[in-house]
Design a protein around this ligand. Sequence first.
Ligand code: ZN
Ligand code: ZN
Length: 358
Amino acid sequence: MAHLPLSAEQAARHRTRVTLLGTAGGPPWWDGSDRAGISTVVSVGEDHYLIDCGEGWGPQFRKSGLGPTGFQKGLDNLRGVFITHHHSDHMIDYPNLLLLAWHNGSNGLKQPIQVVGPGDRGTLPPIFAEEKREHLPEVFHPGSPTPGLVESTQRLLEAYAMDINDRMRDNAKQDLREIFEFRDIELPPGTGLDPNGDPTPAMEPFEVYRDENIRVTAILVDHRPIFPAFAFRFETPDGAIVVSGDTGVCENLVNISQGADILLHECIDMDWVDGLMGPDSPMPDPNLMQHMLAAHTAIEEVGPQAEKAGVDTLVLTHLVPGNTPVEKWEKAQIGFSGTLVVGEDLMVFGLGAPSGSE
Ligand SMILES: [Zn+2]
Ligand SMILES: [Zn+2]
């Protein structure tokens, strides 16, 4: 059954829903695009699970009407936050979550928000095109150059110690350590950690979170040199939603997407890359072009991936660049026999039978 974008009224009849908060990928501010940075919410009943914290996710969450509205309300029913990988376009508004929760609903929480994300990379990535570099970069923060979620979070909180102490002492705010619980995703034993060699060994999806609503599994996807980079699968009694994260064409992504109702997949417009660094561009760079393509999925590559996985509905999100016209993204239908939707900010999809239907 095709999953098409729903009106707010239609969406309210589905227990399990997906809302696209932001659909642009990449750190640039795209001219002529009003797409917010990449961020998605899976909802089950009143409970919400946020995936990635791209630029503007907070105001988009407010606009989406997902949380209760009103002064100091909003995140009251946020249960979990899942970070796919530590690129800035997925994390830049993560501090907002940490520091603004106090003012936007943390009083209404029934339990701490579970925040789950990649652990430490373990080793620095190689220097790309090292032979061509005039100056080799000096390692930034050599004591811990590739921190995982828990350490990054600790450091962010330390940077905001002034505000945190002020709010707790002057405004009697609750200790943030009671509002959030942070966890690095541990790879299953025997995964064979090889970030600079084979970052996506063949593996099965493994569980990273479960509660009475939902089970979340993860798998390593190919976004080299970023490691770990995860795709997530959200399973509820109403069906399965997969969020690709950032990835090139990758068997593990096909594996975790098997039979999903909705696959939210990243996409890159290679004509744009071609214009920047292709053979006819002012600065041709075939290596860098190959590098971009290996870490992302081109328009014509997405459909066959979704077809192989047998997904019902493919929704494109994390669109790079954010200002490529929709007609062009629609070419992702090639090689895919299911339903294709080009994502727009605040689109909502429903899973399972709507209430009130026979
Ligand atoms: Zn990205
Ligand atoms: Zn990325």
